[in-house]
Design a protein around this ligand. Sequence first.
Ligand code: FAD
Length: 301
Amino acid sequence: METDVLIVGGGPAGLSAALILGRCHRKVLVCDDNKPRNRFSHAVHGLLGREGSPPSALLDVARGELAKYPGIKMCQTRVVDIVAAGDHFQFGCEDGLQGTATKVLLATGLVDELPSLPGIEPLYGISVHHCLYCDGFEYFGKPVAAYGKGDKGAALAIMMKHWMSDVVLCSDGSEINPETAKNLANHGIALRSERITSLDGKDGHLQTIRFEKSPPLTRAALFFATGCRQASDLSKRLGCARDEKGGVVTDPLTEETSVPGVYVAGDVSRDVLMVSIAIAEGAKAAVAINKAFLRRDGLCE
Ligand SMILES: Cc1cc2nc3c(=O)[nH]c(=O)nc-3n(C[C@H](O)[C@H](O)[C@H](O)COP(=O)(O)OP(=O)(O)OC[C@H]3O[C@@H](n4cnc5c(N)ncnc54)[C@H](O)[C@@H]3O)c2cc1C
């Protein structure tokens, strides 16, 4: 298959780019293995016009919108290989699909490292969260926990005080240095440094955090700071430069990476990790890609 643009990843960033490119009459192939980062969440917050809608509903609507454009083709598959070959790229997918593309947009997203705590999975995305901008508002006036080891956990707990007044830091067996402990106390944050044995809840809602020896703690939510990693190593294999956080470095104007013809959009760049930004970066990259084609065809400078 030959395409103008191969978009790897059909989350908000990839679909947003596809929409703009489809409207520029470009031939676009979107390959997506359908594991968007927020699939565990019940609602997208902070997205103007779609506030509170389920993440899957947002993507379903977007896919329906793209279906109107004849140039856009969507495939549910994982891209496993992309190599530069002169003025184009050759790619291969898990299901055997192969082809060439003039430009590549990586919108492959990130994967969160969930704390390894018994009972966490049914709560994740409903009452266990990582992002205060996405989910902090809902817990105003409710008792919450911050989870994280060392200074990272303490920094999260202190920041949470802006959104909630009753915050307890659970450091799960990691010791906190005396200065940080003093800082926590100054902010009115209690510290539970004992190992957690389980999280208990009902219908996705956290109720109790249990510890090895000390009494259980009643909490309505837990926010964690354990980090995340790239969902795909394609940018690394293509040779795209990364920053110290592991984000793919891009030109701020064009979203083009250090490899000519390869662009990234969305969480891959590890800038602000939100749906609205992913949509905006997808659109920005699409405009830059279309401009590159216009320049190639002598239609713009
Ligand atoms: C639990 C949770 C809740 C969140 N809540 C909010 C919120 O309320 N508001 C908000 O703004 N943000 C929220 N976020 C952040 C939001 O999910 C991300 O910012 C957003 O999804 C980024 O979009 P993206 O398109 O860059 O990546 P993603 O949505 O992760 O999409 C990437 C897509 O690429 C696919 N992919 C990866 N590698 C390949 C490959 N090699 N081949 C084919 N496909 C591939 C993946 O399967 C996935 O479908 C939340 C995140 C989490 C984890």
